[in-house]
Design a protein around this ligand. Structure first.
Ligand code: ZN
Length: 557
């Protein structure tokens, strides 16, 4: 009886689904309402913190008769014009932390209610549902949220503000609400932003400059973005060419002397990464100074704090990292739902690559410190471990050792396994095929599986889905003489909790005669692995993973 009643349930469910989708007047297959194109025309009045603007939005998809919009609460809507629609009406339905639950129901990610303190929610009512819509909103008001020092500041993370227009400079982000957004809409849109600034000021947004006036400039994002940042201030702009790319610095008076070194280094990075992965996607790249601490990389520019740009090591480290994000993160986009891979890959192709430029010893120390950080903060520290699948951004030193450190080692181990040629070919393919496309870890491993001719499904499950790391113990080393040669035998055990990992483990034997024999034990798996290495000469010293090439738990010193 049980079986037949299950069958009946299945049929009923199927019938219900058919009814539900045919009830949507034939538009069941259309994607939900989303903004495709945003055209902004903005004017900044820094002395009074005022933004005066107009935003034209083009909405596509299955548009219900009520759309919900998010805008900064202090911006007063002055006019609404809806193209070819009579009787549309805009109403403010709530503001501040009180709208948090409603925003969540509309599909927004709201971590703390206070994160939406500065926002207001509007309902745009239409006479009937539609499949396309164009409207323009003009608004004016004060945007000013004073800068605070965040709780997690030792990693030089940015000071916090939801956005502000100040006489020292303006900083407006997609979360500021300086232009209207559709609540819950996480799709990508193309942005064109025209900004008018006071005399002696310059403004910057993502993408290319398509028009320049005396006090206005128009940016076109050139590619779809998940939002647009706008930064402006009393900048001295200096530029030079790097091939077809215009490289610029937007520095305050008093910092101009730093410009030549920044321009030369930036041009070098743009050229290097274009050669390594494929052409840079924009016509320009800018290094922009900010009066409060930030370390942001947006598509086509980076925003660095005034103190930061003066640190002597930034040009050789963070600057290249931010340029590299134009390939990984701002070029190939991250599918945050399945784990942020872009920090690990950017660290590997920037911070770590610059160590390999200095030589193998510098690269080895970097890997060793990466493993140490993980051991100190997570394994023996008080921070929780997490799978890379769950990493979105660093919030603590421990999350950094995972999302940046472990992820960088995942690329390093992949590099060692597939070899130089296929590794760089894989990254070129990744950029070529996935540029401006939301991309998951599985897309990356899919590309490497095809190029290397082996499936990396196990690798992804082991390193991305699973928290933790293997812990290796070397046991029972033994030497047996056989003619001219010696056989070195030993056991490698994996003593971590949970299943054993599948690993490629380099080992090194040094002989009394002064020779070094290096081998990689491929596909070591199982709790206990018995290894056997033939050594010409008399073995003196045996080392397992002497170069810290395997992401693992280091034993306490
Ligand atoms: Zn980064």
């Amino acid at each position: 009886m049980g079986r037949s009643s299950n069958g009946a349930t299945a049929v009923l469910l199927g019938l219900f689904l058919v009814l539900a989708s045919s009830g949507c007047s034939g538009r069941g297959a259309a994607p939900p309402a989303h903004v495709d194109r945003v055209q902004l025309s903005l004017s900044l009045e820094p002395e009074t913190h005022i933004l005066d603007g107009a935003a034209k939005l083009e909405v596509a998809g299955s548009i219900p008769d009520t759309l919900y919009l998010v805008l900064h609460r202090d911006l007063k809507v002055r006019a609404l014009a809806v193209t070819d629609v009579q009787g549309a009406n805009l109403q403010r339905v709530g503001e501040g932390a009180a709208i948090a639950d409603r925003l969540k129901r509309l599909g927004e990610t709201v971590e703390k209610d206070s994160d939406v303190e500065h926002l207001a929610l509007y309902a745009l009512s239409l006479p009937a549902p539609r499949d396309s819509l164009e409207f323009e909103l003009s608004y004016r008001g004060v945007v000013y949220d004073s800068v605070r020092i965040p709780s997690f500041s030792r990693m030089q993370i940015a000071d916090e503000t939801s956005g502000l227009i100040d006489s020292r400079g303006a900083f407006l982000t997609p979360w500021t609400g300086y232009y209207p957004r559709l609540a819950g809409d996480a799709s990508l849109a193309r942005f064109t932003t025209t900004v008018e600034v006071p005399p002696e000021w310059a403004a910057i947004a993502e993408g290319n400059i398509i028009e320049r006036g005396e006090r206005t400039v128009t940016f076109d994002s050139a590619h779809p973005l998940d939002g647009t940042y706008l930064v402006a201030g009393p900048y001295v702009v200096t530029s030079r060419q790097a091939g077809d790319v215009e490289v610029s610095t937007y520095f305050y008076h008093g910092s101009e002397s730093l410009a030549p070194r920044y321009l030369a280094a930036t041009a070098g990075y743009v050229t290097r990464y274009s050669d390594l992965f494929g052409p840079y996607a924009f016509e320009r790249f800018s290094v922009v100074e900010n009066w409060f601490p930030t370390g942001y990389g947006m598509p086509s520019y980076t925003l660095l704090g005034s103190q930061v740009i003066r640190l002597p090591f930034i040009i050789g480290t963070s600057l290249g990292h931010e340029v590299c994000h134009n390939w990984w993160g701002n070029g190939v986009l991250v599918d945050y739902k399945s784990g942020n891979w872009c920090e690990g890959l950017t660290v590997y192709c920037a911070d770590y690559l610059y160590k390999t430029d200095k030589g193998p010893e510098a690269a080895r120390s970097y890997r060793m410190n990466t493993l140490r950080g993980y051991a100190d903060y997570v394994v023996r520290g008080d921070e929780n471990d997490m799978a890379l699948r769950d990493f979105t951004e660093r919030t603590t030193p421990g999350t950094r050792t995972i999302g940046y450190g472990k992820a960088m080692m995942v690329f390093h181990m992949l590099h060692k396994r597939v070899g130089d040629e296929k590794f760089w070919e894989g990254l070129r393919t990744l950029y070529g095929q996935r540029k401006f496309t939301v991309t998951a870890w599985s897309d990356i491993f899919g590309i490497f599986s095809r190029i290397a001719g082996e499936s990396f499904g196990w690798y992804e499950r082991q390193w991305i889905d699973r928290a933790g790391a293997p812990q290796l113990v070397l046991q029972h080393p033994e030497v047996t003489r056989r003619g001219e040669e010696n056989i070195v035998e030993f056991d490698l055990s994996q003593v971590q909790e949970g299943d054993p990992y599948r690993l490629d483990i380099p080992v090194r034997v040094t002989t009394v005669e002064g020779d070094t024999i290096e081998r990689t034990l491929r596909d070591v798996r199982g709790r206990m692995y018995h290894a056997r290495i033939q050594v010409p000469g008399t073995p003196d010293r045996l080392e397992v993973d002497p170069g810290f090439d395997v992401f693992r738990v280091l034993a306490p010193e």
